[in-house]
Ligand binder design. Sequence first.
Ligand code: IPE
Ligand code: IPE
Ligand code: MG
Length: 237
Amino acid sequence: MLFKKENNAPRNVPGHIAIIMDGNGRWAKNKGMPRSFGHTAGAKKFKEIARYCNKIGVKYLTVYAFSTENWKRPKEEIDGIMNLLRDYLLDTANFKGENVRLRFIGDRESLPQDIRLLMENGERESEGATGMTAILALNYGGRDEITKAVRSIVANGVEAEKIDEALISSYLYTADIPDPDLIIRPSGEYRLSNFLTWQSAYSEFYFDNVLWPDFSIKDLEKAIDEYNRRNRRFGGV
Ligand code: IPE
Ligand code: IPE
Ligand code: MG
């Protein structure tokens, strides 16, 4: 989509932006506060960035909120993150009237039952929204996703010759969601940490040293500008 900036130069807004919301703990520690303080600030930041993405015409925004590996953390921290999620899902004011569709990717089985119900409610209630789709990756792991897909393919008795890339894609959580164009990771880490393993094959990557609670609209704009300078060849010339 074309969007005019102040200087009137047309630019391409990525159709699908994915963000690894990392650095909450360090942000809190720098302030002498408990890690939970950072997660609260991170959740607030998500709303601000999501709202802005919707405004500039991003079609899909996927955010990594909890990985399949994050269960390794202390119970207290996990409980705090789950409570934040509850608050978020219970706050009906979120994106109501903003035409944002809410979706979740990840393994729901091991999430608390009440949260699962809230997730289903949120998805159902926003189903008709025609603006941006906000996708929360919760208890998500790329390898776990692919493993589950393989299991289902085998369980369905699919013949070996029928298995191609499109079929595998159709078994992933993201079956009807286009691959991310731009993947942003703040906090100075240069890795995917099991995020969108299959889907990131041809994504553009943008790394930033800013910690997620400090990530601003300006920082997002910098990432989009950088994305506009990239030459995506997809293996061609
Ligand atoms: C990201 O921030 C949030 C989750 C993984 C849930 P972190 O909690 O990983 O923050 P750092 O990386 O320890 O600073
Ligand atoms: C990735 O961050 C997961 C989320 C942001 C939800 P981590 O903090 O868990 O990643 P590592 O452990 O530094 O790779
Ligand atoms: Mg981290």
